[in-house]
Structures are given as C-alpha cells and as structure tokens.
Design a protein around this ligand. Structure first.
Ligand code: NI
Length: 199
C-alpha cells in the first residue's frame, strides 16, 4: 500500500561531514509488478518453511518498499513471488511509532466495524480511492523467527494489513470500490496498463 505523504526513511547512515554516504547492501531492491501484470491476480501459496531464502526475500522486499519513498506495505505477489508473505512499515500513526513487520501466512482471524479511508497501491501508481474496510482486526501469522504472532490492529495498521493480505489472494483495492467510482477510474486504469512504469 502507498500513501501520499511520508517522512523520508533513514535507511542510509547520515554523514555529519555532509559528504555523500555509501551504504553497502548484500541485497538489492526487487522489480515491482504493476497493474496489468497477471501475477497480481494470482493466489499466493503458503510458506511451509522459513529458510534463508525467505529471510532474504523479506529483506529485499523491505528495501524495495523503502526505495519507493511512499510505500507502507508490500506483498510478495507485488515482486512476482507467489508466497504468502507481507511486510508492513507504517512508521508513525497517531503519535505511535511502529516497528517494521514481516508476516508469513497472515490470516485474518476476526474483524469488526466499518471505516472508509483513502488507499493507494504501489502496483497502481497515482490512483487513489476511498475504500470501506473493517475498522478493527485481529491477524495471525508467523514472523522471521518462526514464532506465531497475533496482531490486534486498528487505524492505518489495520488498513495496510488487510490491503496486503488481499494482494496474496489476487485482490486489488480497486476491486473494493463501488462500480460508479470504478467506472470513473477505468480510463486511468487502461492508461496505466499501457504506460511506461515509473520505477
Ligand atoms: Ni497494494
């Protein structure tokens, strides 16, 4: 998921001398897949075992997310990998600081309430729409240490988690908006399918 405004993420070490700092990574950002790519409509497979390959994938996805500058969540599907893995880093919401989250096989256990908020998606650049979703959710999944984790979320975190879990099922946020609004967006979506990709 993307949002319009985001404080720059400090993934690079700052250099007090003002010289350009160089940060070496073992991994590199991955190529994002965009609207029109059939992989975005596929259902991702559960991850049976969390090995070095899964650790590396999660790290590369985080790098890919930070490289976008405005991303707050990413599903493996969006980098063309059909594994049930999502990463989320919303930074700060309601004066609360959140740690980056890596979740394998995330499952929505329960939800309540309804709330409408604007969403965007890194795979559908420059398109935003109001989407109604449950307000409070409980999600369960497995973290990088193979521990089962349960997350009770509301606000932005709840929204991103639902958006990313949707990706693992081949569902995009534009599927969840009303027919009228979607028709209004249809020209834009057709253009996107043919467009040069921004990053
Ligand atoms: Ni998305």
């Amino acid at each position: 998921m993307s949002k319009r405004k985001r404080k720059p993420k400090s993934t690079a070490a700052s250099d007090v001398s003002g010289e350009e700092s160089v940060v070496l990574h073992e991994t590199a950002p991955l190529q994002l897949r965009y609207y029109g790519d059939p992989v975005l409509r596929k259902r991702a497979e559960p991850v049976a075992e969390i090995t070095d390959a899964e650790h590396q994938l999660a790290e590369q996805m985080l790098e890919t997310l930070y490289a976008t500058g405005n991303g707050i969540g990413l599903a493996a599907t969006q980098v063309g990998v059909l594994k049930r893995l999502i990463i989320v880093d919303i930074g700060e919401d309601d004066d609360e600081e959140y740690e980056p989250l890596v979740l394998f096989n995330p499952q929505l256990l329960s939800s309540e309430g309804d709330i409408v908020a604007e969403e965007g998606c890194l795979s559908i650049p420059d398109v935003t729409a109001d989407v109604k979703r449950p307000e409070r959710i409980v999600v369960e999944g497995i973290d990088l240490q193979c521990e089962s984790v349960r997350i009770e979320a509301d606000g932005l975190l709840a929204r991103v988690l639902q958006h990313e879990i949707d990706h693992l099922n081949g569902v995009l946020f534009i599927d969840r908006i009303s027919g009228l609004k979607r028709r209004l967006l249809s020209d834009e979506l057709t253009r996107l399918q043919k467009a040069e990709k921004p990053y």
